[in-house]
Write a protein that binds this ligand. Structure first.
Ligand code: BGC
Ligand code: CA
Length: 288
């Protein structure tokens, strides 16, 4: 089964795919360009919105519009196009930006930061609640990346890329607190670093490998179950979408590739689609 190129976007750092099941569109970002893409996978049509700063995470809202984790904090994009900052985060740290994130089933947005130069321990993981208050959950994160929850909401999975593995916490959905961090699976060094992740309806994790040109499926007990190749080495994050949530969209990046590598990987930075034979579930939305 081969990956199909949906948008030849040549994004520097494609990231953050999320399926909008109301509009049947795939939303995703180019973090460094500050672009939010809206793709119709049926036609390949792709619209770009410039948000004026790096954008690490986007998430759907219960109503219309989006919530975004921008360079210096969280913002809401209103249906009329107004973009307003609702909480400054690390605005005093110009060397940092937001990176990956996702909503939990209670409608909170989780997103983490990193230093542009990947300084070890310079980032953190934050939780934005529907009342727009922000709580720092983890400190000393290097490249805050994939996050997801088990179908019963009792486990939270998390990737800090240079730590070379997937961690799991016990999760209290009512309180929004993860505890008891431990290693779920180590990832193979020859595949670069683990990046974004998404969950399927069976509770398995799909993890992108930045530098590894693939996504891997892990069972909830940490066993490697399947490996799917992607024709770009820097794979950043998967997301299920399509009418039955059975298409797996994957973002990729050209960042860090040499001129020779760019020539050898002309579709780096593109949006790809796989058909893995399992389905995801609708993306959780920010409850404000
Ligand atoms: C970050 C990149 C980083 C990559 C691998 C991505 O989520 O945005 O800057 O190179 O992860 O760690
Ligand atoms: Ca990521």
């Amino acid at each position: 089964m081969s990956a199909e190129l949906v948008v030849d976007a040549r994004a520097e750092l494609g990231e953050g795919p999320v399926w909008d099941d109301r509009r049947e569109r795939l939303l995703w970002v180019d973090i460094l360009a500050g672009h939010v893409h809206t793709t119709d996978p049926a036609t390949g049509a792709d619209e770009v919105l410039e948000v004026g700063s790096e954008v690490g995470t986007i998430a759907l809202r219960a109503g219309e519009g989006l919530v975004l984790a921008l360079r210096d904090g969280f913002a809401l994009l209103e249906p009329d196009g107004e973009l307003r900052t609702v909480a400054e985060v690390e605005a005093d740290k110009p060397g940092n930006r937001f990176n990956d994130g996702a909503c939990d089933r209670a409608g909170r947005l989780w997103a983490g930061t990193m230093a542009f130069d990947e300084t070890p321990g310079a980032g953190a993981l934050y939780r934005l609640d529907p009342d727009l208050s922000v709580t720092k959950i983890l400190d000393e994160v290097t490249i805050s990346n994939g996050i997801g929850w088990s179908p019963d909401d009792r486990s939270m999975y998390y990737v800090d890329s240079p730590m070379m593995g997937i961690d799991v916490f016990d999760y209290d959905l009512a309180a929004g607190t993860p505890t008891n961090r431990r290693r779920l699976a180590n990832t193979p060094p020859e595949l670069g670093v683990p990046d974004g992740l998404t969950m399927d309806a069976e509770g398995c994790l799909w993890v992108a490998f930045y530098g590894g040109g693939c996504v891997h499926r892990y069972t909830p007990d940490g066993r490697l179950d399947r490996e799917l190749p992607v024709p770009a080495s820097n794979v950043t994050k998967p997301a299920f979408g399509g009418a039955t949530h059975s298409e797996l969209f994957v973002t990729t990046a050209a960042k860090g590739l040499s001129d020779d590598q760019r020539a050898a990987e002309p579709s780096a930075g593109g949006l790809f689609r796989l058909r893995p034979g399992v389905a995801g579930r609708p993306a959780d939305r920010f409850a404000a």
